[in-house]
Ligand binder design. Structure first.
Ligand SMILES: [Zn+2]
Length: 287
């Protein structure tokens, strides 16, 4: 082992990954993990989530009861999942059919034990360990569309951190069909700028397509560049929107759009997107 680690480490690691079978776990696309709440060691110890007291509009019970379906387990969904699990979400389902590879490890919530595993399943195991309040975390190693066909996927909210418009639009439509909110996160091609949008449950409110009229469903545009800083920035906005969609806004003025730029070239933006009458999704839901 020691010999391998000296001088040739990188080459050997590359070879290991290249010899992995394509989908070693394809025979079983779903896994469920359960974790228990970290208990107090003394009755006088404060509650696990005591520091949430006083955070505007925070309602721990509502967060604990929400069934969150995370679509995408990579650089966006992974960290959003960590934030949601840590803050007290107790029911999380992770959907992603992609496979963990070496290039993911620089910014996604995986380590070497996950190499070759389906991301939905690998992340669900990791998130169970992050849920300090205890949680049931289900991992599905299928595409979103396939997962919808295979399982009922009970959900109170979808959280989509994916790299292609086809899947985003499927989430837009499925959320509308179920009358539940959905949060979307996007990164720019250079990985420096992120956008987050909260699509509310009401069909009278704008959908993602209203926010991004040029959303081409045919376009598959994986992030050419990505770095952990933008993933974490985007995830913070995603977690905030998810919390707000579940727990309400309280005294915080409502908005449904955020943009932030690590490079500082473009200004950060906070705004309220309006529904467009010519939106292909919303125009089919006139009420
Ligand atoms: Zn729309």
């Amino acid at each position: 082992m020691e010999d391998k680690a000296i001088g040739k480490g990188n080459i050997l690691e590359t070879n290991v990954v290249d010899t992995l079978p394509a989908f070693p776990e394809a025979e079983n696309p779903i896994e469920v993990y359960q974790s228990e709440e970290i208990v107090a060691t003394h009755p006088a110890e404060p509650d696990l989530f005591a520091r949430h007291d006083g955070v505007p509009a925070h309602d721990q019970k509502l967060l604990g009861e929400a069934r969150i379906v995370l679509v995408g387990a990579g650089g966006l969904g992974g960290w959003a999942g960590v934030g949601l699990a840590r803050s007290g979400a107790k029911s999380i389902c992770v959907i992603d059919d992609d496979q963990v590879d070496r290039t993911n490890l620089s910014r996604q919530f995986f380590d070497s034990d996950d190499l070759g595993r389906l991301k939905g399943k690998a992340l669900s195991r990791r998130l169970a360990g992050q849920a300090v309040g205890g949680a049931v975390v289900t991992g599905v190693g299928l595409r979103f569309e396939e997962a919808l066909e295979a399982y009922p996927l009970p959900a109170d909210i979808f959280v989509a951190g994916v790299d292609n418009n086809e899947c985003r639009i499927q989430v837009v439509r499925e959320a509308r069909k179920r009358s539940i909110p959905a949060v979307f996160t996007m990164l720019s091609r250079d990985g420096m700028r992120c956008q987050a949008f909260l699509q509310s449950a009401s069909r009278l409110e704008p959908c993602l397509w209203c926010a991004l009229p040029n959303l081409d469903p045919e376009q598959v545009a994986p992030c050419a560049s990505a770095i952990i800083s933008s993933c974490l920035l985007a995830s913070a906005l995603t977690i905030f929107f998810t919390h707000r969609a579940i727990m309400g806004w309280g005294s915080i003025p409502f908005f449904n759009w955020r943009e932030a730029d690590l490079s500082g070239i473009a200004p950060d933006r906070t705004g309220v997107i309006k529904r467009r009458d010519d939106c292909p999704v919303c125009s089919t839901h006139k009420e």
